[in-house]
Ligand binder design. Structure first.
Ligand code: 8OZ
Length: 369
């Protein structure tokens, strides 16, 4: 019988178990540079089969929040090298999540104070976080400008360069393409944010074009076996909306099946919220079946509010290969052990999720021996 706690091969990655730490934004990287405290935080959680870093901007244009890390300069890469070394020393595996926020940004965070970029000039009805005098402050996102078609090859190249730097320079075991939660690639996918009339808008094929170009460029640079991708078919996060997600995501996973990815990472329902959305039904089993029918062999990773019983059930009945846990990993560095031993879980403190220092970050207690 398949168990959550047994080793598993995922693409090129040999994982100690099927429990994954989901990407979690924590806003503790001033100037986008990962700190020694971040190395300690990730190393504390290295007993997860796989750690996925917090979303990490591939360029300054891709930044949408204060104090989130980047992958685009020497200091940023050096900071991440400290993190990957600490995780490897602790016996863990870590991939970095490649992020471009698109329209979910603010002029203050953009190069030269310009507008954020998007598929179309439609403002997201959402907020971002600026840290003002050390205090996280929610502000409306700025009005974006539509990317010119001529800018898209450069954008694809930026994803590719970030992936290469991540693996070859910073020592990551792989990368996860962030195509979820209403950020740039999800903005292109969904017609609520994409009203382009060129080859990147309109039909499903056109709206998926940028994502697939990025996926091909990234796998071409670092290999499919160490590349994953995160998708959120129906999340309302950051004003994401598509009236017909089932055929859209079926097409996407069928195309991804050709790239021999390590894994597909699916957020079921509303990110960090309800698993079932009455006004946004979605058949995840059909999505997985479409991927397998198209020859996709990557691990199927699922996320959103799983507990141990649900996770074991999903692994045993084959509906998932890997389970990503988010908030439980914030408060339980030894989550794998606690799940294995049915130990109680610490409760995460929301007040310290975004910004700050060690408090609510590296000071959660582990079980004693
Ligand atoms: C919470 C706060 C800021 C960003 C995501 C990168 O939802 C995020 C994020 C989450 O994917």
């Amino acid at each position: 019988m398949r168990s959550l706690f047994d080793p598993v091969q995922v693409g090129d990655l040999q994982l100690a178990n099927r429990i994954v730490m989901a990407p979690l934004t924590r806003n503790r990287a001033p100037d986008a540079i990962p700190t020694p405290l971040m190395a300690e935080y990730y190393a504390q959680r290295a007993s997860a089969g796989l750690l996925i870093t917090e979303a990490t901007a591939i360029s300054q244009q891709g930044q949408g929040y204060s104090d989130v890390p980047g992958l685009y300069g020497t200091e940023q890469l050096d900071g991440w090298t400290r993190v990957t070394e600490a995780v490897h020393d602790a016996g863990g595996k870590i991939v970095v999540q490649l992020w471009h926020v698109g329209r979910v940004s603010h002029n203050e965070l953009q190069p030269g104070g310009g507008p954020p970029v998007a598929p179309s000039a439609i403002t997201a009805r959402t907020k971002t976080v600026l840290i003002k005098n050390g205090v996280p402050t929610f502000v409306d996102t700025s009005a974006p400008r539509a990317l010119a078609a001529e800018e898209l090859p450069g954008l694809v190249h930026t994803y590719q360069a970030a992936a290469r730097n991540a693996v070859e320079t910073a020592g990551f075991d792989g990368v996860e393409i962030h195509a979820a939660n209403g950020y740039l690639l999800d903005q292109f996918l969904k017609s609520g944010s994409n009203q382009r009339t060129d080859d990147y808008g309109g039909s499903i094929e056109n709206r998926a074009r940028l994502l697939l170009e990025v996926a091909r460029a990234v796998t071409g640079a670092v290999g499919g076996g160490c590349t994953g991708i995160r998708l959120s078919p129906v999340t309302p996060s950051n004003d994401a909306y598509d009236p017909n997600p089932q055929p859209l995501f079926k097409y996407v996973v069928r195309q991804l099946a050709k790239l021999n990815l390590a894994y597909i990472h699916i957020i079921e329902g509303a990110t960090g919220g309800a698993r079932e959305l009455p006004d946004r039904p979605f058949d995840y089993a059909a999505l997985k079946a479409a991927y397998r029918t198209a020859g996709g062999k990557g691990a199927w990773m699922v996320n959103n509010d799983y507990d141990k019983a649900m996770a074991e059930q999903a692994v045993q009945d084959g509906s998932a290969d890997l389970i990503a846990f988010g908030k439980p990993f914030i408060a339980n560095p030894d989550l794998v052990r606690r799940l294995r031993e049915n130990a109680p879980l610490n409760t995460p403190d929301k007040a310290t999720f975004y910004g700050g220092g060690a408090e609510g970050y590296t000071d959660y207690q582990v079980l004693s021996e």
